[in-house]
Design a protein around this ligand. Structure first.
Ligand SMILES: *Cc1c(COP(=O)(O)O)cnc(C)c1O
Length: 423
């Protein structure tokens, strides 16, 4: 039984969120219709679930799944593969597929997500096999102080004849900024296309899928993400995807497998049911995650912490950041989320050095799919101002259960006072 004080506090937060929750339900319905249309158009049947082996020529489950993704996202072609090991891998396939020696890649939304620095590896710490290692240069246009795209600097940067790929990132990642709406991303992609029709606009779409209405098609030429985030629906066991213009997807497929075979090969013996069921569940799962994020935002804003986004801000990814201003609170937060997890609830997470990240990171993820962050999870690089990033929640009640545990730990450890919950 939750402590009465905590239960009362959470119930007041929920009441204030009720209209927002209705809005989220409305968006779920619109997104669900789009998914259903794709399933109907492709006449998905049980035979599509069948696994294959060997080369995987004529793998109908794989091919129809890729057409479903292309239809849902309104693009020409998709690569959806269990053999793509993570979001970072999908992005690496995209950038290595698109760029050639001598080319310039320009990140137009500031420096990208932490794990991409090893892919890019500008000058000093040259990573073996990075873009830099292949003679591909990198530049970035920092975001303006208000977190928006700096169009003036971008206009100048677009004059560089070596520029081949303009990269955008929708989600905040581990940065204290807003995520970008489909409208903002499209305005930027259109601006780049109008000045440089030869430049490919490539988007890191991680955490953003199905948050904005999927009916609003992205005008980026190609985008990529992870199947253990949004588009796996919490059900896909592994994998990544790329969606976009056919010629570009074909180029990336040649990088993923080999020139000459591209997307024609690739088998998967366990079968594809979980990928179909996953993408079918996404509208609902993302809606649940958005409700969890809104609850966390409301709870911590009410306690006086700085949150990003604010509870009623428009959301364009599923991440909720909270500045906790002390390592003790950050660790307590993550331990409580872990203890509220269905898997490994008895494990206590500790800060550690994770491959691909520069600072130590603490992670709470007691998930059915290892590392899945559409399932309720929290992580934080151990650095000032001790910002925790929480995301996911396949069911809203799970998020609420975790919020209860965090508040109970904070009270017990004197990290908040009873007065703060009374209001
Ligand atoms: C998670 C994430 C990635 C990397 O995905 P992994 O699956 O962790 O490799 C890249 N970019 C953004 C914005 C992300 O959120």
């Amino acid at each position: 039984m939750p402590n009465d004080l905590i239960a009362g506090f959470l119930s007041r937060c929920e009441t204030e969120l009720s209209l927002l929750f209705e809005e989220i339900d409305g968006r779920e319905e619109a997104n669900f219709r789009k998914v259903m249309e794709a399933f109907e158009a492709e006449q998905i049947a049980v035979r599509h679930f069948t696994g294959t082996n060997g080369y995987g020529y004529d793998d109908i489950g794989r091919d129809a799944l890729e057409r479903i993704y292309a239809r849902i996202f309104g693009k020409e072609k998709a690569l959806v593969r269990p053999s793509i090991a993570s979001g970072t891998h999908a992005l690496a396939v995209m950038f290595f597929g698109l760029l050639r020696p001598g080319d310039l890649m320009l990140s137009v939304t500031g420096d990208p997500y932490d794990t991409l620095s090893s892919i890019i590896a500008p000058s000093a710490d040259r990573e073996e096999g990075s873009l830099a290692d292949y003679g591909i240069s990198y530049g970035s246009v920092s975001l303006l102080p208000d977190g928006k795209i700096d169009y003036e600097t971008l206009r100048t940067a677009l004059r560089d004849p070596k520029l081949r790929v303009a990269a955008m990132q929708r989600s905040r990642g581990y940065a204290w900024r807003a995520s970008f709406s489909t409208e903002e991303l499209n305005a930027c992609a259109d601006f780049i296309h109008s000045l440089r029709p030869d430049v490919i606009v490539a988007l890191d779409n991680c955490y953003g899928e199905f948050v904005d209405p999927v009916t609003d098609v992205l005008t980026a030429d190609i985008f990529a993400g992870s199947l253990i985030k949004n588009p796996g629906g919490g059900i896909a066991p592994t994998g990544g995807y790329l969606v976009g213009r056919e010629d570009l997807i074909d180029r990336c497929a040649k990088r993923l497998t080999a020139p000459g075979v591209g997307s024609e090969i690739g088998s998967y013996t366990p079968g594809y049911r979980l990928f179909y069921q996953g993408i079918w569940m996404v509208p609902h799962a993302v809606a649940q995650a958005l409700k969890c994020a809104a609850l966390f935002s409301k709870v911590f804003a009410s306690l006086g912490f700085e949150v990003n986004p604010d509870p009623f801000d428009d959301r364009h990814d599923i991440i909720q950041a909270v500045q906790l201003h002390s390592e003790a609170r950050l660790v307590s937060f993550c331990k409580a989320v872990q203890s509220a997890s269905p898997i490994d609830s008895f494990v206590s997470p500790e800060p550690w050095n994770m491959p691909g990240y520069t600072d130590k990171v603490i992670m709470a993820a007691g998930t059915f799919v290892g590392g899945s962050s559409l399932e309720l999870s929290a992580d934080a690089p151990i650095r000032e101002p001790y910002t925790v990033y929480m995301q996911g929640g396949l069911t809203y009640v799970h998020g609420k259960y975790a919020a209860e545990k965090i508040l109970a730990s904070f009270l017990e450890e004197g990290l908040i006072t009873e007065e703060q919950l009374k209001e």
